[in-house]
Ligand binder design. Structure first.
Ligand SMILES: NC(=O)c1ccc[n+]([C@@H]2O[C@H](COP(=O)([O-])OP(=O)(O)OC[C@H]3O[C@@H](n4cnc5c(N)ncnc54)[C@H](O)[C@@H]3O)[C@@H](O)[C@H]2O)c1
Ligand SMILES: O=C(O)C1=N[C@H](C(=O)O)CCC1
Length: 267
């Protein structure tokens, strides 16, 4: 049995991940963590998963939680995830991180810490989105520079980071396939007399509202035709099942930073 602990247990993803751990074979929930002072600390972790009581209380003791697991699944924020990565590195435990909104510096720090332990860091753990990453590379390379690339994402109104981690990764995949530097060509804002679109830029647009789970469209727009590649998440369950799959896969792997394409064998 692989012992899985879940960090962010009272969150939108935390509840779905706890439910996915309970559904999967060969794994058990060894603990659930929340931030100190969260009203759900001390309560049963099954309640946020819609399962009723499951006999695992939500704790705020990171070190005890890490000591008792084989792998930690963490969907919180980049700062919390880096702290958790450090705690796992000290105790030589694996980690799966789904948090998004990492700065390039934070990603570099995650890669450094993951020299000590096996870690999965992925902005989207659904199979469909990871297949889109693969297809996008081919489309971009085949179309080349003659098609303008625009990426539009839509999420619920509670989402804190923008653009989504998935949209950023889509932009990075396309930029790399076209030999461009994403950080130089991403255009997050158009307003007023901002001039004609450049050939190189990748437009990044964000929609926020209501309870949208997650939608991403990449437009390749030519003169007289366009391709739109869209992924729509209908629930959070593909993300949570993906995170459990990643947790089962990562235990026993060599130290290093992996992503969901490694987990799914899509590279
Ligand atoms: N990779 C993916 O497939 C995927 C899918 C969905 C969401 N996400 C990302 O996961 C993250 C969480 O999303 P969410 O919708 O569940 O957010 P959320 O705000 O509902 O949940 C985050 C939880 O983390 C808890 N938390 C904060 N600090 C903590 C700490 N120090 N220790 C323990 N817990 C702490 C919060 O109290 C909260 O309950 C976001 O970055 C989101 O973008 C990724
Ligand atoms: O609900 C969220 O927040 C999501 N975040 C991820 C992202 O930023 O790409 C994945 C989709 C849902």
């Amino acid at each position: 049995m692989v012992k899985i602990a879940v960090c962010g247990a009272a969150g939108r993803m935390g509840g779905r991940i706890i439910a996915a751990v309970r559904e999967a074979d060969g794994v058990e929930l060894s603990g659930a963590l929340e931030r100190p002072g969260h009203p759900m600390v001390g309560q049963d972790a099954g309640f946020n998963a819609g399962l009723g009581a499951i006999g695992v209380a939500i704790s705020d003791d990171l070190n005890a939680l890490v000591a008792g697991c084989d792998v930690l699944i963490d969907f919180t924020t980049p700062k919390v995830s880096l702290k958790n990565l450090e705690a796992c590195a000290l105790k030589k435990k694996a980690i799966v991180i789904g948090s998004t909104g990492f700065t390039p510096e934070e990603r570099a720090l995650a890669a450094e810490l993951a020299k000590e332990i096996p870690a999965v860091l992925a902005p989207n753990m659904s199979v469909g989105v990871n297949v889109c990453f693969k297809i996008l590379k081919d489309i971009a390379q085949t179309l080349g520079d003659d098609f303008d690339v625009e990426i539009v994402e839509a999420h619920h109104k509670m989402k804190k980071d923008s653009p989504s981690g998935t949209a950023v990764r889509m932009g990075e995949v396309v930029a790399e396939a076209l030999g461009r530097d994403y950080n130089k060509v991403a255009n997050y804002h158009r307003e007023g007399i901002c001039g004609e679109r450049t050939k190189e830029e990748i437009g990044m647009q964000t929609v926020r509202g209501g309870d949208i789970v997650g939608e991403h469209t990449v437009y390749f727009i030519g003169m007289g035709e366009r391709i739109e590649l869209t992924h729509r998440a209908m629930s959070r369950d593909m993300f949570s099942r993906g995170s459990v799959r990643a947790a089962q896969w990562i235990v026993g792997k060599k130290p290093g930073l992996y992503d969901m394409q490694d987990v799914l064998g899509l590279k």
